[in-house]
Unconditional design. Sequence first.
Length: 146
Amino acid sequence: MAETVLGVLRELEGRAGEPKVKQRLAHHARETEGQIRNVQQAFASLGTEPQRLPCPAIEGLRAQGEQLLAESGSGLTDAVILSGCAQVEHHEIAVYSGLITIARQLHHDDVVELLEENLEQEEHTLQEVDQPFEQQAKQLAEQVSA
């Protein structure tokens, strides 16, 4: 999942218009690289190799985002990107929360620690995405009202 998200983040960075949105996407891509390392380390701690499997939820969100970007004007690009990022963050938060619960029940404290680090970053990123999205929405509402 994380590697798919990383690819999408890099793609969206190129499509974003506002420099601040581009910076947030680049920052989150760097964090995602660290999260991938944490997940790989968690698997190593468990003595198993990670398998790369498609994530239908992320693929669905990506397809929805592509459709919205195609149907919206260029003035909405950043808002659509930020909204899609928030949706992905919510999904990732739910996944990490579930994995942490399982790891905790299995007494894999080292895995819990790695996943909690990822979860904290995802929660922080959600806040970073929500703020500029609200600003974009406000600007769009002002334009429509004018």
